[in-house]
Design a protein around this ligand. Structure first.
Ligand code: IMP
Ligand code: MG
Length: 173
């Protein structure tokens, strides 16, 4: 089946919003080093753009998780495929995720990371689909709220495709 893509959020809008988010973090973390944790693979485009625009010192690490589900929704059973390389003890950690949907993946991750004694722990996402929330997640900042539609691009995939789109698109069947 051929999928048709529509633009939900343009490249210019995404870029401008990420610059704003970076400026907010620079103010909030002035004088500190921020340890960004990207959740592979969806967060990488957002994380790179954000980190490039931040002026406070930044260190990076990555985690990979998969949550068993039917492909478009997660089950809540989260498997840790790749753990962090470094300890987060005493660090100012920001978890960077592509999208907050049911909240299952992030609530599991927050629980795991809190147990490792970071100095502070916050979560930011590029996108938030509040209508879909099943488990509440304390989100520090999000780029955009999006409606309950399957979105792709800027790191987000549909069966591994479309991650490299420079904008947020929606699949129109
Ligand atoms: P949650 O555990 O339901 O919050 O799922 C979050 C994960 O599901 C995200 O990190 C994405 O990988 C994936 N996801 C949720 N909604 C979408 C979407 O609209 N497009 C692409 N991936 C999505
Ligand atoms: Mg993801």
């Amino acid at each position: 089946m051929k999928e048709h893509l529509g633009v939900l959020i343009s490249e210019e809008e995404v870029s401008a919003r990420i610059a704003e988010m970076a400026a907010t973090l620079d103010q909030e973390y002035a004088g500190k080093t921020v340890h960004l944790i990207g959740i592979l693979k969806g967060s990488v485009f957002f994380l790179c753009e954000l980190a490039k625009r931040m002026t406070v010192p930044v260190t990076l690490d990555f985690m990979s998780v998969s949550s068993y589900g039917d492909g478009t929704s997660s089950s809540g059973i989260v498997k840790l495929n790749k753990d962090l390389d470094e300890s987060i003890e005493d660090k100012h950690v920001i978890v960077v995720e592509d999208i907050l949907d049911s909240g299952r993946t992030l609530s599991y991750l927050i629980q795991v990371l809190k147990g490792r004694n970071p100095k502070s722990l916050r979560v930011i996402t590029l996108l938030d689909k509040p209508e879909r929330r099943v488990i509440p997640v304390d989100l520090y900042m999000t780029g955009f709220e999006v409606p309950d539609r399957f979105v792709v691009g800027y790191g987000l995939d549909c069966a591994q495709k479309y991650r490299n789109l420079p904008y947020i698109g929606v699949i129109e069947q």
